[in-house]
Design a protein around this ligand. Structure first.
Ligand code: ZN
Length: 320
């Protein structure tokens, strides 16, 4: 039930402390069904979060993750289990201000290669895996602004080679991305609302997409209201503008003495216009109980006549 009853447009009353965190929590709750997608997402998190490969006692290797979100850490454990029954060591450490979650996944010998490949080689071929990798990368190094602020989604590339790969993944998915440098790191960003919505839905963040769409509806509605207000304001000033112009023309006729000598219909028109410079033609016509075209015709006639009145300062201005 909508709070407040009849209000159907949902404007978020409280901007979440971190929209990004909400989006990541939502994505962390998804587990792809296919092993190919599971591995791609795990690799996305691993590379995005700058994971490292550890040598284990004996000759095994382990993928080592240092993560800031518990939901993502738990997802790494689940993915590892799903992909290859990987054994996981999990440790939560409270540092100065935040919690950090350390995960160590023992890699089966066949999978070590996947964790040591270059960014270009890590880019999957299948569309399902590209999506999964984009989601993993987002969980590892991505963030998105709340839709109520400016549209901005970004990946802080773990290495320059990854900036190129992330950008290609995005553009292959039909999302226009830019790359910029910030504090020595390459950042791949998406700035248009459509691109962000497309990417979020590609990554399966449907709650986030809904929130975006709600805000976009509100924005386009208020945009429409603003456009209409501007249009009306423009029309009002046009009416006032022409009304004042006519009134001053009539004043010139009057001060030159010519108004007195005009037919009764024009004199009456002049009186009405002088008294009501803010009315538009239809409003004047209604009050005078005349047709709009009659009013229009008489006002034009008054303007024409006033142009024949040459006043001293006009003369000077024209010859200057
Ligand atoms: Zn797949």
């Amino acid at each position: 039930m909508a709070r407040g009853g009849e209000d159907q447009i949902l404007i978020p009353e409280v901007v979440p402390i971190s929209f990004s965190a909400d989006v990541k929590n939502e994505m962390a709750g998804l587990l792809p069904a296919r092993p190919c997608c599971q591995l791609s997402e795990l690799l996305g998190i691993y590379f995005g979060a700058r994971g490292r490969l550890l040598r284990r006692p004996g000759d095994g290797r382990a993928a080592y993750f240092s993560l800031l979100r518990n939901a993502v850490a738990r997802k790494v454990v689940r993915l590892g289990r799903a992909v290859g029954q990987m054994e996981a060591k999990y440790q939560a450490v409270k540092t100065k201000k935040r919690m950090t979650f350390f995960i160590e996944l023992s890699l089966p010998p066949g999978l070590e290669g996947a964790f040591t490949q270059s960014a270009a080689a890590a880019m999957p071929d299948a569309a399902c895996d590209r999506k999964a990798m984009l989601r993993g990368l987002f969980l590892g190094c991505g963030s998105v602004n709340a839709p109520s602020t400016r549209y901005h989604l970004e990946y802080v590339a773990p290495a320059p080679s990854w900036a190129a790969t992330i950008r290609r993944l995005l553009e292959d998915a039909g999302v226009t991305a830019g790359v910029t440098e910030r504090a020595g790191q390459e950042v791949v960003y998406v700035k248009d609302g459509d691109g962000i919505v497309r990417l979020l839905s590609l990554m399966g963040a449907s709650r986030a997409v809904m929130e975006f769409e709600n805000v976009r509806v509100v924005r386009s509605v208020s945009g429409e209201v603003n456009r209409r207000l501007n249009f009306e304001t423009a029309n009002i000033s046009k009416t006032i503008g022409s009304g004042l112009r006519q009134a001053s023309a009539i004043e010139r006729l009057e001060s030159s003495g010519r108004l007195e000598r005009l037919p009764k219909a024009l004199k009456e028109m002049a009186r009405w216009r002088l008294a009501n410079p803010e009315l538009n033609l239809s409003e004047l016509a209604v009050r005078m109980k005349l047709s709009k075209s009659a009013v229009n015709h008489r006002l034009r006639r008054l303007l024409e006549l006033s142009e024949q009145v040459v006043q001293p300062h006009d003369h000077v201005r024209r010859s200057a």
